[in-house]
Design a protein around this ligand. Structure first.
Ligand SMILES: Nc1ncnc2c1ncn2[C@@H]1O[C@H](COP(=O)(O)OP(=O)(O)OP(=O)(O)O)[C@@H](O)[C@H]1O
Length: 281
């Protein structure tokens, strides 16, 4: 990212995701209004902003879980408008979801297998297709075991996902997402509800995703986490990108300080609110 100017909408040398004019309103409220945004391939990019800034809505739009009112976006050169979540994931962009109630009643391994790519034999379960299908299932199971081992969940594979701790659930969410071998992974508040003892391990997993060549885009409130692992930070406020840059740029950006803390804020005071209760930038 050397030489990239820290200004909203700036072009990146090798963007994997390019967003243009993406807008979404709910009634009279404009939740997302992004003129132009590029995410550089192979980086950890944080998407931050105050509550209600539009971060989750933007995630939902880009990954096919909500519909834009206007605009378009390209992933690795392919226009993604109108594609549902499964199709977006098959193209290599996948997001994590908090484990829903239904998923907590399945075992850890069942969760992994449900996240596997659709089986090609699934729709034609004739005797002829069955061996192919079985081979795919075996391959999925093997991949799931490798991932569970990597995320230190293999010993839990037959336990209900609902019995996992907050941090282990976050690890399972990441492991599930990797079942489709994504080139880009989008993490929704990966540190929320995580015991401080597990935070370091989660950070290492996120860094490892980048180091193996994947692009990571994550929404997070914890400023220590954001400043510590991000290569680039994008700041949303009232649906718009109001700033982007390296952690050092963002820390010093008056618009960011204003967006988080409001007018009339005394500089000697607090930092942005977080979930962690720790000290912040
Ligand atoms: N389905 C919906 N129907 C109506 N309003 C919505 C809907 N989803 C989001 N909004 C509104 O859109 C705005 C953006 O919400 P969004 O959840 O995207 O913000 P956020 O930045 O993710 O916030 P937080 O950090 O609190 O999760 C908010 O004002 C929210 O109330």
């Amino acid at each position: 990212m050397a030489g990239v100017e820290p200004v909203p909408g700036v072009a990146k040398p090798d963007p994997i995701l390019v967003v243009d004019g993406v807008r979404r309103s709910f009634g009279g409220l404009t939740a997302v209004d992004v003129d132009h945004l590029e995410v550089q391939r192979g980086t950890i990019t944080a998407l931050i902003g105050p509550n209600g800034a539009g971060k989750s809505t933007l995630f939902n739009l880009l990954t096919g879980f909500d519909r834009v009112d206007a605009g378009e976006w390209h992933f690795d050169g392919t226009r993604l408008n109108g594609l549902g979540g499964h199709r977006v994931a098959r193209r290599g962009m996948v997001r994590t979801f908090q484990l829903t109630k239904a998923l907590t009643r399945l075992t850890v391994m069942e969760n992994m297998l449900l996240a596997a790519p659709r089986q090609t034999g699934e729709r034609m379960l004739g005797a002829f297709a069955r061996p192919v299908w079985r081979a795919q299932e075996a391959a999925n199971r093997e991949r799931a075991e490798h991932l569970l081992e990597r995320f230190k969940l293999l010993a839990k594979k037959d336990e209900m996902a609902g019995s996992l701790s907050g941090g282990q659930r976050k690890l399972l969410e990441m492991a599930r997402a990797l079942m489709v071998e994504p080139s880009m992974i989008m993490l929704d508040e990966p540190m929320a509800g995580v015991n401080p003892a597990l935070v370091q391990s989660l950070l290492e997993h996120i860094t490892a995703l980048r180091d193996e060549g994947r692009t990571v885009l994550f929404v997070e409130h914890d400023m220590d986490v954001i400043m510590g692992i991000s290569d680039w930070i994008v700041v949303l406020a009232e649906g718009k990108v109001i700033a982007e840059g390296r952690p050092s740029d963002i820390r010093a950006d008056q618009r960011v300080i204003d967006a988080y803390l409001g007018a009339g804020h005394d500089d000697s005071e607090q930092e942005p609110p977080t979930d962690s209760g720790g000290s912040h930038e």
